[in-house]
Ligand binder design. Structure first.
Ligand SMILES: Nc1ncnc2c1ncn2[C@@H]1O[C@H](COP(=O)(O)OP(=O)(O)O)[C@@H](O)[C@H]1O
Ligand SMILES: O=P(O)(O)OC[C@H]1O[C@](O)(COP(=O)(O)O)[C@@H](O)[C@@H]1O
Ligand SMILES: [Mg+2]
Length: 528
C-alpha cells in the first residue's frame, strides 16, 4: 500500500527525477524499495516545494451553484459563497460533511492486471515471478484548499504541435472552469510557443463569452505551431505579462517544453503553476488509457477506409491503400482497421515488414487478388520508413558529389521531428510496379485523409474526455501543483509528473492482445 508519509522534497531534489535503479530481486525488501521509488517518481511537484510557507485558502470552486434559492430543512445547514460568476456556491453540511472534493491522499491504481506469468499475453512484470506490486498515482480533481487567490491569477492557454480534434473543447472548458473559480484575467497565447516571442502576436483575451461555441468546430481558436523561442525567453515573457498559471496543450514535445518552463519558473522562484493537457492524435503518450482526439480520428478514418473498400471492391482487381497518421506509433491504424472490419493488411511502425520477397506484402496482395478479387491496405505514416530515402538537402548534395555522408542526418521540422517520407505513395507505386512485372492487371487507389481527420471537430466521447481533462487541469493548478499533466487511467482521472509521461513515445506492443486481435481481424500473415 502506498504511504501518505512521503518526506517532503526540497525544490532542488524535486528536479532530479530518478530512473529506477536496477532491482536486486534477492533482496527480501525489493518490493518495498520498488514501491518507495515509484512513489518518489510519481509524486507531483507542488508550490510548497519551493514556498514552504505558502498558505492555502478555502476553494472558491463551486460544486453546486445557484443564483437564488430558498430552502429550509431542519437539521441541514447550507453554506453560501459568492461563486465569482454572478451566482452563489452552496453546499450541504450534514453530520458527515459531504463536500465532494478530492482528498490530496486519494490515489488511483496505475496497473490493474495481475499477470501470473511473464508469458501471459501483454505481460508487464517487474520481477521474474510477476509479483503483484501496487503502483498508485495521484487522483485528479478539485481540492478543498487552493493555493492561488483567483483575483491574483492571470491564466494563459497555449496550444502547440499539430492539430487534434478537441483542442477547442479543452480551451473552452479551461476558461469556463477558471471563471467558476473567479479568475477574471484569462488569455490565449497565439500560435503555440511562438506566440511568446513574436512581437506581432498579442495575447487573446478569453472569457466564457468568447469560447462558448468554439467546440463546434475543429482546429484551435488560438492557432498552433512547431518550433519557437527558448525556454528562458518564454519565462521572461510570462514574467513581463504577469502570467502565473499556464495551461499547455500539446504532445511529447510540448510537454518537454512545459516541464522546462516549470523548472525555469522554479529556478527563478516564481509562484507559477504549469499544467499540461496531453494532445496527440497519435495516442503516443505513456501511461494513459488514451488521449483526446484519438477516438474521433479512428471514427473519421472509417470514412476513408470505407471509400477505399468501395473503390477496391467495385474495380476489377481493385486495391485500396489508406494512409493514417501515426508518426512512431500505429494506434490509429490498428484501431481503425479493427473498427472497420474492411482491412486486409494493416502496417504499423512497430512491426517490421517486407514489401518484396516470398513473405512480403506484395506477394500477399497477389494472393488476395487471386482469392478475393480485391484488397484494402491501411498503413500508418511512420511505417516502412526504411524503404524511403528522407534526407537533408545537404545529404543529397554530399551524395551527388560522391562525399561520405557523416551519419544519419534526417530532415527535421521546426520542432526537431523527423520529416517522414510518404509510405502510402511508396506502397501504391511499388504495388503498380509489382503487378505490371508479373503481368496481372490491378487498379490501385490511394487515399490520404490525414489532415482531414486531424481537422475534425471532436466526437461525443472525445468531447467528454476534453471537458473532464480541461476541468482537472484547472483544479490541478489551483491545488498548487505544477509540472504536471492530466490523464485518464483505468477510467479514472489522474495527475502525472510530466517527465514520467514523456520519457519516450508510447507504442503499440506487437505482443499485445490488441495487435493480435487486429491480425485475427485482417487475417494477414507476418511479412518477414
Ligand atoms: N525537448 C523539448 N524541449 C522544449 N521544447 C520542445 C521540445 N521538443 C519540442 N518542443 C517544443 O514543443 C512544441 C511542440 O512540439 P512538437 O514536437 O512539434 O509537437 P507535440 O508537442 O505535439 O509533440 C514546439 O514549439 C517545440 O519547439
Ligand atoms: O504536418 P505536420 O503539422 O508536421 O503534422 C504531421 C504530424 O502531426 C501529427 O498528426 C501529430 O503530431 P504531434 O503530436 O507532434 O502534433 C502526426 O501524426 C503527424 O506526423
Ligand atoms: Mg511530437
Amino acid at each position: 500500500m502506498w504511504s501518505s508519509r512521503i518526506p517532503k522534497r526540497s525544490g532542488v531534489f524535486a528536479e532530479i527525477r530518478k530512473q529506477s535503479p536496477a532491482i536486486d530481486f534477492s533482496d527480501p525488501d525489493w518490493k518495498i524499495k520498488y514501491q518507495t521509488d515509484f512513489q518518489w517518481r510519481f509524486n507531483i511537484p507542488h508550490i510548497t516545494d519551493i514556498f514552504p510557507d505558502a498558505a492555502p485558502i478555502p476553494s472558491t470552486f463551486c460544486l453546486k451553484m445557484s443564483r437564488s434559492f430558498s430552502l429550509s430543512l431542519p437539521m441541514i445547514k447550507f453554506t453560501l459563497q459568492d461563486s465569482g460568476v454572478g451566482g452563489f456556491c452552496w453546499w450541504l453540511s450534514t453530520d458527515e460533511e459531504w463536500h465532494g472534493y478530492i482528498n490530496n491522499n486519494d490515489r488511483v491504481l496505475l496497473k490493474v492486471i495481475h499477470f501470473s506469468s511473464p508469458t501471459s499475453a501483454g505481460a508487464e512484470c517487474i520481477d521474474p515471478d510477476c509479483t503483484w506490486v501496487e503502483q498508485w498515482v495521484h487522483r485528479a480533481g478539485p481540492r478543498e484548499k487552493i493555493y492561488f487567490k483567483p483575483e491574483e491569477v492571470k491564466a494563459a492557454i497555449v496550444t502547440c504541435g499539430g492539430l487534434c480534434p478537441g483542442l477547442n473543447d479543452v480551451i473552452r472548458q479551461i476558461v469556463i472552469t477558471l471563471e467558476i473559480y473567479g479568475v477574471k484575467k484569462i488569455v490565449g497565447i497565439p500560435f503555440g510557443y511562438r506566440g511568446f516571442s513574436d512581437n506581432d502576436l498579442s495575447e487573446m483575451p478569453l472569457s466564457r463569452k468568447v469560447v462558448q461555441n468554439i467546440h463546434l468546430s475543429g482546429g484551435s481558436l488560438l492557432g498552433v505551431s512547431r518550433g519557437g523561442p527558448s525556454v528562458s525567453d518564454m519565462v521572461d515573457r510570462m514574467e513581463e505579462n504577469g502570467i502565473n498559471m499556464l495551461f499547455v496543450l500539446g504532445g511529447n514535445g510540448t510537454h518537454a517544453g512545459a516541464n522546462a518552463i516549470h523548472n525555469e519558473c522554479r529556478k527563478r522562484r516564481l509562484k507559477v503553476a504549469v499544467v499540461g493537457v496531453p494532445k496527440t492524435i497519435d495516442n503516443d503518450i505513456l501511461l494513459m488509457d488514451k488521449t483526446f482526439g484519438f477516438d474521433t480520428a479512428v471514427e473519421e478514418a472509417q470514412r476513408a477506409i470505407n471509400s477505399a473498400y468501395i473503390e477496391a471492391h467495385s474495380a476489377y482487381h481493385g486495391i485500396g491503400v489508406v494512409k493514417l497518421m501515426g508518426r512512431s506509433s500505429g494506434f490509429i491504424a490498428m484501431h481503425a482497421a479493427l473498427a472497420s472490419g474492411q482491412i486486409d493488411i494493416c502496417l504499423i511502425p512497430e512491426v517490421p515488414f517486407h514489401l518484396h520477397g516470398p513473405h512480403g506484402v506484395l506477394r500477399h496482395l497477389k494472393y488476395l487478388i487471386e482469392t478475393k478479387g480485391s484488397a484494402v491496405v491501411c498503413v500508418a505514416e511512420g511505417a516502412g520508413q526504411d524503404f524511403i530515402l528522407v534526407v537533408l538537402s545537404e545529404k543529397l548534395i554530399l551524395l551527388l558529389f560522391g562525399a561520405e555522408f557523416p551519419g544519419e542526418n534526417y530532415a527535421t521540422d521546426a520542432s526537431g521531428n523527423i520529416v517522414l517520407g510518404d509510405i502510402g505513395v511508396h506502397i501504391q507505386q511499388e504495388t503498380k510496379k509489382y503487378f505490371k512485372e508479373i503481368g496481372v492487371h490491378v487498379d490501385v487507389k490511394y487515399i490520404d485523409p490525414t489532415y482531414m481527420i486531424r481537422a475534425c471537430r471532436a466526437n461525443a466521447s472525445d468531447g467528454i474526455l476534453c471537458t473532464v481533462l480541461g476541468q482537472n487541469a484547472v483544479h490541478g493548478a489551483f491545488a498548487g501543483y505544477s509540472g504536471i499533466t492530466v490523464g485518464i487511467c483505468n477510467t479514472h482521472y489522474v495527475y502525472f509528473p510530466i517527465p514520467e509521461v514523456i520519457s519516450h513515445p508510447r507504442a503499440v506492443d506487437p505482443n499485445s492482445r490488441m495487435w493480435h486481435r487486429c491480425l485475427t481481424s485482417t487475417g494477414q500473415p507476418d511479412f518477414i
